[in-house]
Design a protein around this ligand. Structure first.
Ligand SMILES: Cc1ncc(COP(=O)(O)O)c(C=O)c1O
Length: 381
Protein backbone atom coordinates (compact mmCIF):
# COMPACT_ATOMS: atom_id res chain seq x y z
CA UNK A 1 0.00 0.00 0.00
CA UNK A 2 1.50 3.38 -0.98
CA UNK A 3 1.89 6.11 1.61
CA UNK A 4 -0.76 8.17 -0.17
CA UNK A 5 -3.29 5.33 -0.07
CA UNK A 6 -2.65 4.58 3.57
CA UNK A 7 -3.11 8.15 4.74
CA UNK A 8 -6.40 8.39 2.81
CA UNK A 9 -7.62 5.22 4.50
CA UNK A 10 -7.58 7.19 7.75
CA UNK A 11 -9.70 10.04 6.42
CA UNK A 12 -13.41 10.08 7.40
CA UNK A 13 -14.89 7.86 4.67
CA UNK A 14 -17.66 10.24 3.56
CA UNK A 15 -15.01 12.77 2.49
CA UNK A 16 -13.46 10.34 0.00
CA UNK A 17 -16.54 10.47 -2.22
CA UNK A 18 -17.19 14.20 -1.88
CA UNK A 19 -17.96 15.69 -5.32
CA UNK A 20 -16.27 19.01 -4.33
CA UNK A 21 -17.52 22.53 -4.99
CA UNK A 22 -17.44 23.58 -8.65
CA UNK A 23 -15.28 26.71 -8.63
CA UNK A 24 -15.43 29.47 -11.22
CA UNK A 25 -12.38 30.10 -13.39
CA UNK A 26 -10.29 33.13 -12.35
CA UNK A 27 -10.49 35.89 -15.00
CA UNK A 28 -6.67 36.01 -15.30
CA UNK A 29 -6.71 32.43 -16.59
CA UNK A 30 -9.21 33.27 -19.34
CA UNK A 31 -7.35 36.52 -20.14
CA UNK A 32 -4.06 34.62 -20.54
CA UNK A 33 -5.76 32.04 -22.78
CA UNK A 34 -7.22 34.77 -25.01
CA UNK A 35 -4.09 36.92 -24.94
CA UNK A 36 -6.02 39.79 -23.35
CA UNK A 37 -5.28 42.08 -20.41
CA UNK A 38 -7.15 40.82 -17.29
CA UNK A 39 -9.18 44.03 -17.10
CA UNK A 40 -10.46 43.46 -20.65
CA UNK A 41 -12.46 40.50 -19.32
CA UNK A 42 -16.13 41.18 -18.58
CA UNK A 43 -16.63 39.07 -15.46
CA UNK A 44 -20.31 38.35 -14.97
CA UNK A 45 -20.16 34.81 -13.57
CA UNK A 46 -19.83 35.41 -9.81
CA UNK A 47 -22.53 37.95 -8.88
CA UNK A 48 -19.80 40.33 -7.78
CA UNK A 49 -20.13 44.11 -7.67
CA UNK A 50 -18.47 45.80 -10.70
CA UNK A 51 -18.28 49.12 -8.83
CA UNK A 52 -15.89 47.60 -6.27
CA UNK A 53 -15.47 48.67 -2.65
CA UNK A 54 -16.18 52.07 -1.21
CA UNK A 55 -13.17 54.47 -1.31
CA UNK A 56 -13.68 54.77 2.45
CA UNK A 57 -13.09 51.02 2.80
CA UNK A 58 -9.90 51.25 0.72
CA UNK A 59 -8.69 54.16 2.87
CA UNK A 60 -9.48 52.22 6.06
CA UNK A 61 -7.45 49.28 4.73
CA UNK A 62 -4.40 51.41 4.10
CA UNK A 63 -4.74 53.38 7.32
CA UNK A 64 -5.30 50.48 9.74
CA UNK A 65 -2.29 50.05 11.99
CA UNK A 66 -3.17 46.83 13.77
CA UNK A 67 -2.43 44.10 11.24
CA UNK A 68 0.15 42.65 13.67
CA UNK A 69 -2.53 42.22 16.37
CA UNK A 70 -5.13 39.44 16.42
CA UNK A 71 -8.69 40.56 15.75
CA UNK A 72 -11.33 40.93 18.48
CA UNK A 73 -12.88 37.44 18.92
CA UNK A 74 -16.15 38.97 20.12
CA UNK A 75 -16.20 41.45 17.20
CA UNK A 76 -17.48 44.30 19.41
CA UNK A 77 -17.10 47.25 17.00
CA UNK A 78 -18.07 45.24 13.95
CA UNK A 79 -21.19 43.75 15.53
CA UNK A 80 -22.22 47.18 16.71
CA UNK A 81 -21.87 48.62 13.19
CA UNK A 82 -23.71 45.66 11.61
CA UNK A 83 -26.48 45.82 14.22
CA UNK A 84 -26.96 49.52 13.52
CA UNK A 85 -27.18 48.75 9.79
CA UNK A 86 -29.90 46.08 10.21
CA UNK A 87 -31.80 47.91 12.96
CA UNK A 88 -31.04 45.44 15.75
CA UNK A 89 -28.64 45.38 18.69
CA UNK A 90 -25.26 43.59 18.75
CA UNK A 91 -26.49 40.60 20.78
CA UNK A 92 -28.42 39.55 17.65
CA UNK A 93 -25.33 39.55 15.37
CA UNK A 94 -22.34 37.26 14.60
CA UNK A 95 -19.86 37.95 11.78
CA UNK A 96 -17.97 35.41 9.73
CA UNK A 97 -15.39 35.03 6.99
CA UNK A 98 -18.05 35.41 4.35
CA UNK A 99 -21.50 33.99 4.88
CA UNK A 100 -20.03 30.70 3.65
CA UNK A 101 -18.26 30.31 6.99
CA UNK A 102 -21.53 30.88 8.82
CA UNK A 103 -23.33 28.29 6.67
CA UNK A 104 -20.63 25.84 7.76
CA UNK A 105 -20.99 26.89 11.40
CA UNK A 106 -24.78 26.46 11.28
CA UNK A 107 -24.49 23.01 9.72
CA UNK A 108 -22.04 21.93 12.41
CA UNK A 109 -24.14 23.52 15.16
CA UNK A 110 -27.45 21.92 14.20
CA UNK A 111 -26.77 18.81 12.12
CA UNK A 112 -24.83 15.91 13.55
CA UNK A 113 -23.26 13.72 10.90
CA UNK A 114 -26.12 11.65 9.42
CA UNK A 115 -28.74 14.28 10.31
CA UNK A 116 -30.59 15.81 7.39
CA UNK A 117 -30.26 19.34 6.03
CA UNK A 118 -33.05 20.54 3.71
CA UNK A 119 -32.61 22.89 0.77
CA UNK A 120 -34.56 23.87 -2.33
CA UNK A 121 -32.71 23.48 -5.62
CA UNK A 122 -31.92 25.03 -7.92
CA UNK A 123 -30.20 27.08 -5.24
CA UNK A 124 -26.82 28.13 -3.87
CA UNK A 125 -24.55 25.06 -3.92
CA UNK A 126 -22.78 25.84 -0.65
CA UNK A 127 -25.59 24.42 1.54
CA UNK A 128 -25.35 20.92 0.12
CA UNK A 129 -21.57 21.11 -0.27
CA UNK A 130 -20.94 22.05 3.38
CA UNK A 131 -23.58 19.64 4.68
CA UNK A 132 -21.75 16.95 2.70
CA UNK A 133 -18.39 17.92 4.21
CA UNK A 134 -20.00 17.54 7.63
CA UNK A 135 -21.24 14.06 6.69
CA UNK A 136 -24.87 15.18 6.92
CA UNK A 137 -27.59 14.00 4.56
CA UNK A 138 -28.97 16.57 2.17
CA UNK A 139 -32.66 16.41 1.40
CA UNK A 140 -33.25 18.42 -1.75
CA UNK A 141 -36.82 19.52 -2.36
CA UNK A 142 -36.96 20.77 -5.98
CA UNK A 143 -38.63 24.11 -6.60
CA UNK A 144 -41.68 24.34 -8.84
CA UNK A 145 -41.40 25.49 -12.46
CA UNK A 146 -41.79 29.13 -11.34
CA UNK A 147 -39.05 28.50 -8.70
CA UNK A 148 -41.45 28.91 -5.76
CA UNK A 149 -41.25 26.30 -3.00
CA UNK A 150 -43.19 23.06 -3.17
CA UNK A 151 -44.46 23.63 0.37
CA UNK A 152 -46.14 20.26 0.89
CA UNK A 153 -42.93 18.46 -0.13
CA UNK A 154 -40.85 20.90 1.96
CA UNK A 155 -42.88 20.24 5.08
CA UNK A 156 -42.74 16.47 4.50
CA UNK A 157 -38.94 16.68 4.10
CA UNK A 158 -38.65 18.78 7.26
CA UNK A 159 -40.01 15.90 9.37
CA UNK A 160 -36.91 14.36 10.90
CA UNK A 161 -34.54 17.00 9.48
CA UNK A 162 -32.29 19.31 11.52
CA UNK A 163 -31.88 22.52 9.54
CA UNK A 164 -33.48 24.28 6.56
CA UNK A 165 -31.79 26.66 4.12
CA UNK A 166 -33.87 28.96 1.89
CA UNK A 167 -32.27 31.78 -0.09
CA UNK A 168 -34.22 35.00 -0.70
CA UNK A 169 -33.67 36.22 -3.37
CA UNK A 170 -32.73 32.74 -4.48
CA UNK A 171 -29.53 32.24 -6.41
CA UNK A 172 -29.76 31.49 -9.35
CA UNK A 173 -33.49 31.96 -9.97
CA UNK A 174 -33.72 35.48 -8.50
CA UNK A 175 -37.15 35.10 -6.84
CA UNK A 176 -38.00 35.96 -3.25
CA UNK A 177 -39.26 33.64 -0.54
CA UNK A 178 -42.91 34.44 0.11
CA UNK A 179 -44.17 35.35 3.59
CA UNK A 180 -46.51 32.33 3.68
CA UNK A 181 -43.63 30.01 2.69
CA UNK A 182 -41.42 31.41 5.46
CA UNK A 183 -44.18 31.16 8.07
CA UNK A 184 -44.88 27.55 7.12
CA UNK A 185 -41.18 26.67 7.39
CA UNK A 186 -40.88 28.44 10.76
CA UNK A 187 -43.95 26.59 12.04
CA UNK A 188 -41.99 23.32 11.77
CA UNK A 189 -39.93 24.54 14.74
CA UNK A 190 -36.70 23.64 12.89
CA UNK A 191 -33.96 26.23 12.57
CA UNK A 192 -34.64 28.04 9.29
CA UNK A 193 -31.76 29.96 7.72
CA UNK A 194 -33.01 32.56 5.24
CA UNK A 195 -29.99 33.51 3.15
CA UNK A 196 -30.36 37.16 2.14
CA UNK A 197 -27.03 37.64 0.37
CA UNK A 198 -28.83 39.80 -2.24
CA UNK A 199 -31.34 41.57 0.05
CA UNK A 200 -30.10 45.07 -0.82
CA UNK A 201 -30.99 44.51 -4.49
CA UNK A 202 -34.48 43.36 -3.51
CA UNK A 203 -35.07 46.11 -0.94
CA UNK A 204 -36.58 43.55 1.40
CA UNK A 205 -35.35 41.65 4.46
CA UNK A 206 -36.70 39.40 7.20
CA UNK A 207 -33.95 40.47 9.65
CA UNK A 208 -36.36 42.26 12.01
CA UNK A 209 -38.36 39.04 12.47
CA UNK A 210 -35.56 37.42 14.48
CA UNK A 211 -36.91 39.35 17.48
CA UNK A 212 -40.11 37.28 17.30
CA UNK A 213 -38.95 33.91 15.91
CA UNK A 214 -36.17 32.20 17.79
CA UNK A 215 -35.77 29.55 15.05
CA UNK A 216 -35.18 32.17 12.31
CA UNK A 217 -31.61 32.88 11.27
CA UNK A 218 -31.07 35.57 8.62
CA UNK A 219 -27.78 35.43 6.75
CA UNK A 220 -26.36 38.55 5.11
CA UNK A 221 -23.08 39.56 3.49
CA UNK A 222 -21.01 42.55 2.40
CA UNK A 223 -19.79 40.63 -0.67
CA UNK A 224 -22.50 41.88 -2.99
CA UNK A 225 -23.89 45.35 -2.17
CA UNK A 226 -20.66 46.59 -0.55
CA UNK A 227 -18.28 45.05 -3.11
CA UNK A 228 -16.18 43.17 -0.55
CA UNK A 229 -16.40 39.60 -1.94
CA UNK A 230 -12.62 39.21 -1.92
CA UNK A 231 -12.27 40.26 1.72
CA UNK A 232 -14.86 37.73 2.95
CA UNK A 233 -17.26 39.38 5.38
CA UNK A 234 -20.65 37.88 6.13
CA UNK A 235 -22.89 37.95 9.18
CA UNK A 236 -26.03 36.44 10.56
CA UNK A 237 -28.75 37.77 12.80
CA UNK A 238 -30.58 35.45 15.15
CA UNK A 239 -31.99 35.18 18.66
CA UNK A 240 -29.42 36.21 21.31
CA UNK A 241 -29.06 32.75 22.96
CA UNK A 242 -28.10 31.24 19.60
CA UNK A 243 -25.75 34.13 18.84
CA UNK A 244 -24.05 33.61 22.22
CA UNK A 245 -23.55 29.94 21.42
CA UNK A 246 -22.21 30.62 17.92
CA UNK A 247 -19.77 33.20 19.27
CA UNK A 248 -18.38 30.41 21.46
CA UNK A 249 -18.39 27.76 18.73
CA UNK A 250 -16.77 29.79 15.93
CA UNK A 251 -13.04 30.09 15.47
CA UNK A 252 -12.01 32.97 17.74
CA UNK A 253 -10.19 34.99 15.09
CA UNK A 254 -12.47 34.18 12.16
CA UNK A 255 -12.90 37.73 10.84
CA UNK A 256 -9.52 39.22 9.98
CA UNK A 257 -8.47 42.76 10.84
CA UNK A 258 -8.57 43.96 7.22
CA UNK A 259 -12.10 42.68 6.62
CA UNK A 260 -13.27 44.20 9.89
CA UNK A 261 -11.79 47.63 9.06
CA UNK A 262 -13.20 47.62 5.52
CA UNK A 263 -16.63 46.50 6.70
CA UNK A 264 -16.92 49.19 9.37
CA UNK A 265 -15.86 51.87 6.87
CA UNK A 266 -18.31 50.51 4.25
CA UNK A 267 -21.20 50.56 6.70
CA UNK A 268 -20.39 54.19 7.52
CA UNK A 269 -20.34 54.94 3.77
CA UNK A 270 -23.55 53.06 3.06
CA UNK A 271 -25.30 55.98 1.32
CA UNK A 272 -22.60 56.01 -1.35
CA UNK A 273 -22.66 52.21 -1.73
CA UNK A 274 -26.43 52.24 -2.06
CA UNK A 275 -26.00 54.47 -5.12
CA UNK A 276 -24.11 51.56 -6.70
CA UNK A 277 -26.95 49.25 -5.69
CA UNK A 278 -29.47 51.61 -7.31
CA UNK A 279 -27.37 51.70 -10.51
CA UNK A 280 -27.26 47.90 -10.56
CA UNK A 281 -31.02 47.64 -10.01
CA UNK A 282 -31.57 50.00 -12.99
CA UNK A 283 -29.11 48.01 -15.05
CA UNK A 284 -30.86 44.77 -14.06
CA UNK A 285 -33.98 46.12 -15.76
CA UNK A 286 -32.04 47.11 -18.87
CA UNK A 287 -30.21 43.75 -19.06
CA UNK A 288 -33.49 41.87 -18.50
CA UNK A 289 -35.19 43.76 -21.33
CA UNK A 290 -32.19 43.28 -23.66
CA UNK A 291 -32.08 39.54 -22.96
CA UNK A 292 -35.83 39.19 -23.39
CA UNK A 293 -35.50 40.83 -26.81
CA UNK A 294 -33.17 38.05 -28.01
CA UNK A 295 -35.45 35.61 -29.81
CA UNK A 296 -33.91 32.42 -28.42
CA UNK A 297 -33.66 33.56 -24.76
CA UNK A 298 -36.24 33.53 -21.97
CA UNK A 299 -35.17 35.80 -19.09
CA UNK A 300 -36.63 35.16 -15.62
CA UNK A 301 -37.53 38.13 -13.40
CA UNK A 302 -34.91 38.69 -10.70
CA UNK A 303 -34.64 40.56 -7.42
CA UNK A 304 -30.88 39.92 -7.20
CA UNK A 305 -27.86 41.34 -9.06
CA UNK A 306 -28.08 38.57 -11.67
CA UNK A 307 -30.53 37.23 -14.22
CA UNK A 308 -31.22 33.62 -15.07
CA UNK A 309 -32.18 32.99 -18.66
CA UNK A 310 -33.14 29.89 -20.57
CA UNK A 311 -31.69 29.21 -23.98
CA UNK A 312 -34.71 27.97 -25.85
CA UNK A 313 -34.18 24.62 -27.45
CA UNK A 314 -34.73 23.37 -30.05
CA UNK A 315 -33.82 26.81 -31.26
CA UNK A 316 -35.35 28.59 -34.19
CA UNK A 317 -34.08 27.14 -37.50
CA UNK A 318 -31.81 30.11 -38.14
CA UNK A 319 -29.74 29.47 -35.02
CA UNK A 320 -29.01 25.80 -35.17
CA UNK A 321 -26.60 24.12 -32.79
CA UNK A 322 -27.00 26.78 -30.13
CA UNK A 323 -27.35 25.56 -26.57
CA UNK A 324 -26.63 27.19 -23.22
CA UNK A 325 -23.22 25.61 -22.82
CA UNK A 326 -22.13 26.50 -26.37
CA UNK A 327 -23.34 30.05 -25.76
CA UNK A 328 -21.37 30.34 -22.48
CA UNK A 329 -18.24 28.92 -24.12
CA UNK A 330 -18.62 31.21 -27.15
CA UNK A 331 -19.15 34.26 -24.92
CA UNK A 332 -16.05 33.35 -22.88
CA UNK A 333 -14.04 33.15 -26.12
CA UNK A 334 -15.13 36.76 -26.65
CA UNK A 335 -14.00 37.72 -23.13
CA UNK A 336 -17.45 37.69 -21.47
CA UNK A 337 -17.74 35.28 -18.54
CA UNK A 338 -21.23 34.10 -17.56
CA UNK A 339 -22.27 31.09 -15.49
CA UNK A 340 -23.46 27.82 -16.94
CA UNK A 341 -24.49 25.02 -14.57
CA UNK A 342 -24.20 21.37 -15.54
CA UNK A 343 -27.18 20.19 -13.44
CA UNK A 344 -30.13 18.64 -15.33
CA UNK A 345 -32.53 21.39 -14.21
CA UNK A 346 -30.25 24.25 -15.34
CA UNK A 347 -28.40 22.69 -18.24
CA UNK A 348 -30.30 24.91 -20.69
CA UNK A 349 -29.83 28.08 -18.64
CA UNK A 350 -27.24 30.81 -18.11
CA UNK A 351 -26.92 33.07 -15.10
CA UNK A 352 -25.60 36.50 -15.99
CA UNK A 353 -24.52 38.92 -13.27
CA UNK A 354 -25.60 42.51 -13.65
CA UNK A 355 -22.69 44.81 -14.47
CA UNK A 356 -22.16 48.38 -15.58
CA UNK A 357 -24.03 49.61 -18.70
CA UNK A 358 -21.05 48.82 -20.94
CA UNK A 359 -21.07 45.24 -19.61
CA UNK A 360 -24.70 44.83 -20.69
CA UNK A 361 -23.71 46.05 -24.16
CA UNK A 362 -20.82 43.53 -24.21
CA UNK A 363 -23.16 40.69 -23.18
CA UNK A 364 -25.63 41.41 -25.95
CA UNK A 365 -22.86 41.89 -28.54
CA UNK A 366 -21.26 38.58 -27.50
CA UNK A 367 -24.58 36.71 -27.67
CA UNK A 368 -25.27 38.10 -31.14
CA UNK A 369 -21.74 37.29 -32.31
CA UNK A 370 -21.94 33.67 -31.07
CA UNK A 371 -25.34 33.22 -32.72
CA UNK A 372 -24.08 34.77 -36.00
CA UNK A 373 -21.07 32.40 -36.03
CA UNK A 374 -23.34 29.43 -35.51
CA UNK A 375 -25.60 30.51 -38.37
CA UNK A 376 -22.55 30.91 -40.61
CA UNK A 377 -21.28 27.47 -39.50
CA UNK A 378 -24.73 25.98 -40.19
CA UNK A 379 -24.91 27.49 -43.70
CA UNK A 380 -21.47 26.10 -44.56
CA UNK A 381 -22.37 22.53 -43.59
C1 LIG B 1 -27.26 32.85 -1.88
C2 LIG B 1 -25.83 33.12 -1.52
N1 LIG B 1 -25.46 33.07 -0.25
C3 LIG B 1 -24.19 33.30 0.13
C4 LIG B 1 -23.21 33.58 -0.81
C5 LIG B 1 -21.80 33.74 -0.37
O1 LIG B 1 -21.62 34.90 0.30
P1 LIG B 1 -20.22 35.24 0.96
O2 LIG B 1 -19.37 35.86 -0.08
O3 LIG B 1 -20.58 36.16 2.08
O4 LIG B 1 -19.64 33.95 1.49
C6 LIG B 1 -23.55 33.64 -2.16
C7 LIG B 1 -22.50 33.94 -3.14
O5 LIG B 1 -22.65 33.89 -4.32
C8 LIG B 1 -24.88 33.39 -2.53
O6 LIG B 1 -25.25 33.40 -3.81
Amino acid sequence: MSAATSILSRVRPHLLDLPGYTPIEPPEVLAARLGLAPDAIVKLDGNENPYGPSPAALAALSEAHSYHIYPDPLQHRLREALADYVGLTPEYVVAGTGSDELIDLLVRAFASPADAVVDFPPTFGMYSFLAGVNGSQVVEVPRRDDFSLDLAAALAAARGASLIFAASPNNPSGNLLRDDELMALLATGLPVCVDEAYAEFAGRSYAALVRRHENLIVLRTLSKWAGLAGLRLGYLVAAPPLVELLLKAKQPYNVNVAAEAAAIASLADRAHLMEHVAALVDERDRLGAALAAVEFLQAFPSQGNFILCRVLSPTKDRVSGLDAKALAVGMAERGVMVRHFATPRLRDCLRISVGRPEHTDAVIAAIEAVAADLIKGGEGS
